[in-house]
Design a binder for this molecule. Structure first.
Ligand code: NDP
Length: 396
């Protein structure tokens, strides 16, 4: 791998730490990887440990009131420190050729856009910024010559086997089914945050873990795939594949189906994005097909997991509806993780928030946004509606 400069937005999270491990391994093989900037939400302990290993030039934390504390945590490391939204954006804007976008939620949008606007190669783990700003985000990448490399394992899989995009019949996204694949509705109704976060295959942050339990993660991925690869909802299937070995399929017009397989380890798509268009050696677990024996697939239960149909409907309605869906879901998941609502309330809040916005003139979900300001207005209106509905459910 040739020498390169990278930045990692969301370095303290699950994807951020996997990126750190890949960089350490490649550096150990002699790769020259300089780290320009890193960002954290509020985890200063992990930020300091990471900075000692990566030696970035700049580190930003989300909360402006944490500036002094962050400076103290990074004291002696010769790192410039910033705090607040401007500092997060500066991290994206600094001159790294490759930027990992791994902040969770719509909070990742502006820092990632700062990298997109200067034409960087953006490794996109954060799916919410694409779901939230969809066509505008893709158009900005095109205009500024930014290369988007999907890191979500399903989208990385599709990207790796999408040899003839114009000859594709359909895509199939695989889903593990999450921790409640075989649970009853009664058990799901009583599920605790820890149960919802106990993913059977992947170790991830709490927000995406809850999304995997509701299957909203797959709904968001369906929207992400539609915007990223330019296919309509009807051309994207979802199949439950509990072993999480096949990471997605591309079906071609001659009946051939191409897939990418691998262990359920985010270091694989991260290393692919970091070494693209080449490949690098990473010490991830290797597949032992004989030991696996069989792979299973089943249709998703859309009655038990309404998030899939909600996501498809939002995608059909248009880009503002997917903004609203993602924003309402963020609020609902936060309320669930804080113990204020029940697990099954999450999709109900998303559905009711979208319905509440249908007649909203100021933030209409029927219109496609023409600017990032319009995206922000719809995002805010959906969050307000979701908070109202969550509040009434919590009080009931
Ligand atoms: P985590 O919750 O583990 O990490 C999130 C990161 O974002 C942390 O660095 C966190 O900082 C930071 N952060 C949180 N809130 C804010 C904020 N308001 N402003 C700035 N930074 C903030 O998430 P994951 O790593 O699991 O996921 C990151 C993204 O990647 C998500 O969009 C997810 O959907 C996507 N993804 C994740 C996968 C996985 O395997 N984990 C797989 C595919 C996609 P701190 O911890 O310091 O508070």
């Amino acid at each position: 791998m040739s020498a390169r400069s990278v930045s990692i937005l969301g370095v303290t999270g699950s994807v951020g730490q996997s990126t750190l491990h890949v960089i350490e391994e490649l550096r150990g093989q002699g790769a020259e990887i300089e780290v320009e900037a890193v960002t954290a939400g509020g985890n200063l302990k992990v930020l300091a440990e990471t900075c000692r290993k990566l030696a970035p030039k700049f580190a930003a934390v989300a909360d402006p009131s944490q500036l002094a504390e962050a400076r103290a945590a990074l004291h002696g490391l010769n790192i410039e420190v910033g705090a607040g939204p401007g500092a997060l954006q500066e991290a994206g804007a600094r001159p790294a050729g490759w930027v990992m976008s791994a902040i969770v939620g719509a909070a990742g949008l502006e820092p990632t856009m700062a990298a997109v606007r200067r034409g960087a190669t953006v490794a996109l783990a954060n799916k919410e910024c694409l779901v939230c700003a969809g066509p505008l985000f893709i158009e900005a990448a095109r205009q500024h010559g930014a290369q988007l490399l999907p890191v979500d394992s399903e989208h990385s899989a599709i990207f790796q086997v999408l040899t003839h995009p114009e000859r594709v019949e359909k895509l199939t996204l695989t889903a593990s089914g999450g921790p409640f694949r075989t649970a009853t509705l009664e058990a799901m109704a009583a599920a605790t945050p820890d149960q919802a976060c106990a993913h059977p295959r992947w170790s991830m942050g709490r927000k995406i873990s809850v999304d995997s339990a509701t299957l909203m993660n797959k709904g968001l991925e369906l929207i992400e795939a539609s915007y990223l690869f330019g296919f309509p909802s009807e051309s994207i299937d979802v199949i439950i594949h509990p072993e999480s070995v096949v990471h997605s399929f591309v079906h071609y017009i001659d009946g051939s189906v191409l897939a990418q397989l691998g262990a359920a380890d985010m270091r694989i798509p991260i290393a692919y994005a970091l070494s693209w268009p080449d490949r690098a050696h990473v010490s991830t677990a290797r597949l032992n097909l004989a030991q696996l024996g069989a792979l299973t697939f089943e249709a998703p239960d859309t009655a038990k997991f309404p998030a899939l149909d909600l996501s498809r409907a939002a995608l059909k309605t248009g880009a503002s509806a997917t903004t609203a869906l993602s924003a309402a879901n963020e609020v609902a998941v936060e309320a669930f993780l804080a113990g204020r609502i029940r697990f099954l309330d999450i999709c109900r809040i998303v559905e009711d928030s979208l319905a509440a916005l249908e007649g909203n003139e100021a933030a209409s979900i029927a219109k496609s946004p023409t600017s990032f300001d319009e995206v922000a207005a719809v995002d805010q209106a959906a969050r307000d509606a979701a908070r109202r509905i969550a509040g009434s459910l919590a009080a009931a």
